[in-house]
Design a protein around this ligand. Structure first.
Ligand code: SF4
Length: 450
C-alpha cells in the first residue's frame, strides 16, 4: 500500500531547504504521497529511503515506456478500477499487425493505412501508435528487413516484435536501435533466453501465456530474473476468458497489489474471430476493460474511427473537462463588417460551432468565453455565462476594435438574458442566434451588419 505523507516525512532529512521546489519537507512529503511529486527531487534523501518510497508510491500497474524521443508511448500506470474514482492514465495503445510472410504490396498498403488513418476531434489527435510484426517461419533476416522498412517509412510507430525465438527478436531489436520495441513471445520454455535478451537490449518483454495462471508464473519468474518492464498476454482461450482475465488482472493488481499482474496487458482480438467487424467490437470492450495494448488484424476507417473516439472518451480525465482558450477566434477571414458570435469554452461546443461556421464559409468572429469547460446552459445555470460575465468579457476582449457594427449573436438557448445583456452592454444590439449549431450556416448567410 502507498505511504502517507507523514510516513514519507519521517524518511526525509527535514532541512526545509526548499531545494525540491516546495516550501517545507512536509509540503513535499504530502505531494509525494499524492503522486504529484517525485521523491528524486530531494537531493538529501538516502538511497534506501528513496527506493522504499518509490516502490510504495509507484502505481500498482507499472508504466511501460516504448519507442523513443517524441515518439515515446506509455502504457499501464493505472491506479484505479473505475474512471470516476480518479482517471485512467494511459490510453490503450492501438496497433496494426504485419507478418514477415506478407507480400510487399500488402505491407506497403498497410503502412499507407497506418499513416493515413488519423483524425482530430475536439482538438485531440486520434492516431494509432503501434505496428506489431509477427515472425512467420523463424527467419531472423526477414524480421530485421521488415523492422528496417517500418522504421524508415513510419518512424513514429512503436513496434511490437512477435516471436518465440530469441535470435529473431534480437535481429529485429538490433534494427530498432534506441527506439524501444516490445519483445513479445516469452513462454515458460524460452524464459531464460528472453530475460537475457531484455537485459542486453533494455527492451520490455511481452509474456505469451496460455492461461491466467501461466501468465502469473512467467511474470513471477521474470521479476525474479530482475526484469522490470513486462506486458502480459493471458492467451487465446476464449472471448469470455479474455474479458475475465483483463478484469481479474486489474483487480488483483490494484486491490491486492499482486505483483505478477502489476503490468499492462496486450491483446489480439483477431484470435477470437475471423470477422473484422466482430474483431473491432471485441476491441471496443477491451478499450473499456482494461487492455493496455490492442493489436488489430487490419485497419478500416469506418471501424477504426469509432474505436478511437471511444478510447478518447474513456481516457479523458472526468475531473477536467476539455476546454479551449478564452479569446477571439477569426473564422473564414472576418473583417470589420463580419458577424460576431459568442459561446462557451467547452471544447465539444467550440468544435461543433466553429465547424458549422467554417462550413458556412461566412467570415465570422467567434468569441469564446471561459466557462470552465461547462456547456452553454450548464454554464449559465452555474453563473459562469450570465449577462454580467458575458458583458465583462465582451468589453475586455477587444472585439469592439475589430468590428464597426455593434451586434452580438448569442446562443438561442440564452434568449432569456437578452434584455439583461442589453442593459449591461448598452452600445450593443443583442441578436438571438439559433439554438443548435446546425442552424448557424443559414442564419449567418442571412446576417447583415447594418
Ligand atoms: S529538498 Fe529535501 S530537505 Fe530540502 S525541503 Fe525538500 S524535502 Fe526537505
Amino acid at each position: 500500500m502507498g505511504l502517507t505523507g507523514i510516513q514519507i516525512l519521517g524518511m526525509l532529512p527535514k532541512k526545509n531547504c526548499k531545494e525540491c521546489g516546495f516550501p517545507t519537507c512536509l509540503a513535499f512529503a504530502m505531494k509525494v504521497a499524492a503522486g504529484q511529486a517525485d521523491i528524486a527531487a530531494c537531493p538529501y534523501v538516502s538511497e534506501e529511503a528513496k527506493e522504499k518510497i518509490s516502490e510504495a508510491s509507484a502505481p500498482p500497474i507499472r508504466t511501460i515506456k516504448l519507442g523513443s524521443g517524441d515518439h515515446t508511448l506509455a502504457v499501464g500506470g493505472e491506479t484505479v478500477l473505475f474512471r470516476h474514482e480518479k482517471r485512467f492514465e494511459h490510453p490503450t495503445a492501438i496497433g496494426l499487425l504485419l507478418r514477415t510472410d506478407m507480400a510487399e504490396d500488402e505491407i506497403s498498403e498497410r503502412l499507407a493505412k497506418f499513416k493515413k488513418l488519423r483524425w482530430e476531434r475536439v482538438g485531440v489527435k486520434l492516431e494509432p501508435e503501434v505496428i506489431a510484426i509477427e515472425d512467420v517461419g523463424g527467419d531472423a533476416q526477414k524480421m530485421a528487413d521488415l523492422v528496417k522498412k517500418v522504421r524508415e517509412e513510419v518512424p513514429e510507430a512503436v513496434l511490437v516484435l512477435m516471436s518465440e525465438k530469441k535470435d529473431v527478436l534480437a535481429a529485429g531489436a538490433q534494427e530498432c536501435g534506441e527506439h524501444k520495441a516490445l519483445l513479445y513471445g516469452v513462454t515458460l520454455e524460452n524464459l531464460k533466453d528472453m530475460a537475457e535478451l531484455a537485459k542486453e537490449t533494455g527492451f520490455p518483454l511481452g509474456v505469451k501465456a496460455d492461461s491466467l495462471g501461466e501468465a502469473a508464473r512467467i511474470s513471477e519468474e521474470l521479476i525474479k530474473a530482475g526484469i522490470k518492464d513486462i506486458v502480459l498476454d493471458t492467451g487465446p482461450r476464449g472471448l469470455r476468458e479474455l474479458y475475465e482475465d483483463q478484469v481479474i488482472m486489474r483487480r488483483a493488481a490494484i486491490k491486492k497489489r499482486f505483483k505478477p499482474f502489476g503490468f499492462p496487458s496486450i491483446t489480439f482480438p483477431f484470435r477470437f474471430t475471423e470477422n473484422l467487424v466482430t474483431e473491432y467490437m471485441i476491441a471496443s470492450v477491451l478499450v473499456a476493460k482494461y487492455a493496455g495494448m490492442i493489436v488489430l488484424s487490419d485497419f478500416r476507417a469506418d471501424l477504426l474511427y469509432p474505436l478511437m473516439v471511444e478510447r478518447m472518451n474513456i481516457f479523458t480525465d472526468p475531473q477536467r473537462p476539455l476546454v479551449v482558450e478564452e479569446g477571439i477566434y477569426p473564422l473564414n477571414g472576418p473583417d470589420e463588417n463580419s458577424p460576431v458570435c459568442i459561446t462557451c469554452n467547452f471544447a465539444l461546443t467550440y468544435f461543433i460551432v466553429s465547424g458549422e461556421i467554417e462550413g458556412s464559409r461566412v467570415p465570422t468572429w467567434l468569441l469564446i468565453k471561459d466557462t470552465e469547460g461547462l456547456s452553454v446552459l450548464t454554464a449559465w445555470a452555474a453563473g459562469k455565462f450570465g449577462a454580467d460575465t458575458i458583458a465583462e468579457f465582451v468589453k475586455k476582449c477587444g472585439i469592439a476594435d475589430k468590428v464597426k457594427h455593434r451586434k452580438l449573436i448569442i446562443p438561442g438557448y440564452l434568449a432569456g438574458i437578452k434584455g439583461e445583456l442589453e442593459e449591461e452592454l448598452p452600445d450593443w444590439e443583442i441578436v438571438i442566434g439559433p439554438r443548435e449549431a446546425s442552424g448557424l450556416p443559414p442564419f449567418l448567410k442571412e446576417w447583415k451588419a447594418a
